[in-house]
Design a protein around this ligand. Structure first.
Ligand code: APR
Length: 253
């Protein structure tokens, strides 16, 4: 895979790198993305049916079981060379901030630290009424189970449509976008706000914006460099090209 020297030089010179990932980086780990018709998770379900507080109130068991299915997929999945390349990237640049829209925890399992989870994490649970964090509950036939503290139903600790993002995560992500000199958008359709504004804020303050995605997105017209390809192939190749020594250090993929 060939890369523009302009891009490789910018990577080598970058001091503060911000990365935003979406479902696409977990596609090669076998986790379906959201909006791709042939494989997208939504293709099988009506999003309004499953990922909104209203849907949970209407049919808590269905929503709980859909997330149990996704949690199962995630538990069986392994980080892929795309995740591992971003973990390695942290060792090549002075400062790396990894922001994800994914709720699968695969970046953490790949060894990335300080991951900013804009949309939460489906392996964590909170209760619906008071958002108490809950990691264990008494055996029960009731689905979903109930909060040991307040008795309200448990739900995944993820951001549903119409809900606000965790304020601290969003603040950190916005700070990174506004102070980076290189912003890498990987595997996101760039459709969902406020995440989709982050690369544009980076561009606004003069950062180089690079997009890695097999398909062009709404963001593509605004990026400095668009690399068409899959994260699991492009990211390891990009690191090997920018830092040939990386190959000896056993870069993944
Ligand atoms: N490598 C890189 N990108 C890929 C790959 C791959 N192997 N396979 C697919 N893609 C790209 C698709 O081209 C698409 O642009 O990943 C993107 C996935 O887009 P979405 O399914 O819309 O996922 P995402 O952008 O993360 O959605 C954002 O919307 O549904 C909500 O909260 C949910 O966090 C999610 C948010």
């Amino acid at each position: 895979m060939k890369f523009d020297e302009f891009l490789l030089e910018a990577l080598r010179r970058a001091r503060r790198v911000a990365v935003l990932t979406g479902a696409g980086i977990s596609a090669e780990s076998g986790i379906p993305t959201f909006r791709e018709a042939q494989t997208g998770l939504w293709a099988q379900y009506d999003p309004q049916e499953l990922a909104t507080p209203q849907a949970f109130r209407r049919n808590p068991r269905l929503v709980w079981e859909w997330y149990a299915w996704r949690r199962q997929l995630v538990t069986q999945a392994e980080p892929n060379p795309g995740h591992l390349a971003l973990t390695a990237l942290a060792g090549f640049v002075p400062q790396l901030t990894l922001i994800t829209q994914n709720v699968d925890g695969l970046h953490q399992r790949a060894g990335s630290a300080g991951v900013i989870e804009l949309h939460g994490n489906l392996t964590r649970y909170i209760c619906f009424d008071r958002r108490h964090p809950v990691s264990a509950w008494a055996e029960t036939d009731e689905v979903p189970p109930r909060c040991p503290l307040c008795g309200s139903r448990l739900r995944p600790d993820v951001v549903w449509f119409g809900e606000s993002l965790p304020a601290e995560a969003l603040r950190q992500a916005a700070t990174a976008a506004r102070s980076c000199d290189l912003f890498l958008s990987v595997g996101t359709s760039a459709l969902v706000q406020p995440a989709a504004s982050l690369p544009l804020e980076a561009r606004q303050q003069g950062a180089m914006v690079v997009e890695v995605n097999p398909k062009e997105t709404l963001l593509t017209p605004y990026v400095s460099v668009y690399v068409a390809g899959r994260a699991g192939e492009v990211l390891p190749a990009l690191l090997r090209a920018a830092w040939p020594s990386a190959a000896e250090n056993g870069l993944p993929g």
